[in-house]
Design a protein around this ligand. Structure first.
Ligand code: FES
Length: 237
């Protein structure tokens, strides 16, 4: 496998053939924001929060292969604004009532908003979806009012659990996750599935019953550190 170098915001990044821009950046300790991408899942490239300029072209860093000599722009004002607008639209599309959501402090959408300096969405009308919460399963609940259509649960269930419990329904802004049955209890979803683990759903859409407040608010992952700081901690300079 051949090794080469390229730059992100002027920082030299070592990469190997076959790596995406994001994979090489992660290894080098350079954080590129992302929502639909997750380690261990195949790339989907749909949220576009990872958009970077690569040799002047807008690309999704999670799917775009790294290449020798690329000049990548990651944290410019222009790119940050674009990401903030995307995140803001997700807040408008769903019901993300952070102060009363049990995912608060563990939620990647909320954490991304903080990282991008978005404290309140202001640009668009709220769509205020009103979808029934599926609490039929003894151990799991599904509140798709909070779904951001990242597809992580779909890929986790299909590719890792080998089940295909989840899939998309709806189009455009109405697209959201649904289950392969009348309700969750009608599927073979289990609390031990990777798709149901706390790391897969980035928001409070898939809920593990009886665990919501095991860690008090204020002591959760993103209450203590900005999203992406674990990756940035790998930087040597
Ligand atoms: Fe790359 Fe979502 S993280 S498109």
């Amino acid at each position: 496998m051949s090794a080469f170098r390229f730059t992100i915001d002027g920082v030299e990044i070592a990469a190997e053939e076959g790596q995406t821009i994001m994979e090489a950046a992660d290894e080098a300790g350079v954080y590129i924001p992302r929502l639909c991408d997750h380690e261990g899942l195949r790339h989907q490239g749909s949220c576009r929060v990872c958009t970077v300029k690569s040799d002047g072209r807008s690309v999704a860093a999670c799917t775009q292969p790294a290449a020798p000599g690329l000049v990548v722009e990651n944290e410019s004002a222009h790119i940050t604004k674009l990401r903030r607008d995307l995140v803001e639209m997700l807040f408008h599309e769903g019901n993300h009532l952070c102060p009363i959501c049990e995912a608060s402090g563990n939620c990647e959408l909320q954490a991304m908003a903080y990282r991008l300096d978005m404290t309140e969405p202001t640009k668009f009308p709220y769509l205020e979806p009103c979808r029934a919460v599926d609490a039929s399963h003894p151990d799991i609940a599904l509140d798709t009012n909070r779904c951001i259509a990242c597809g992580r649960c779909i890929r986790a269930s299909l590719d890792v659990d080998g089940k295909g419990v989840f899939g998309y329904i709806g189009r455009g802004i109405h697209r959201r996750v649904s289950v392969n049955g009348d309700n969750l209890a009608d599927t073979d979803a289990a609390i031990t599935d990777f798709a149901i683990s706390n790391e897969v759903c980035p928001v409070g859409c898939i809920i593990r019953k009886r665990e919501g407040f095991a860690t008090p608010i204020g002591e959760r992952e993103f209450d203590k550190a900005l999203i992406g700081q674990d990756i940035e901690a790998k930087r040597d300079d």
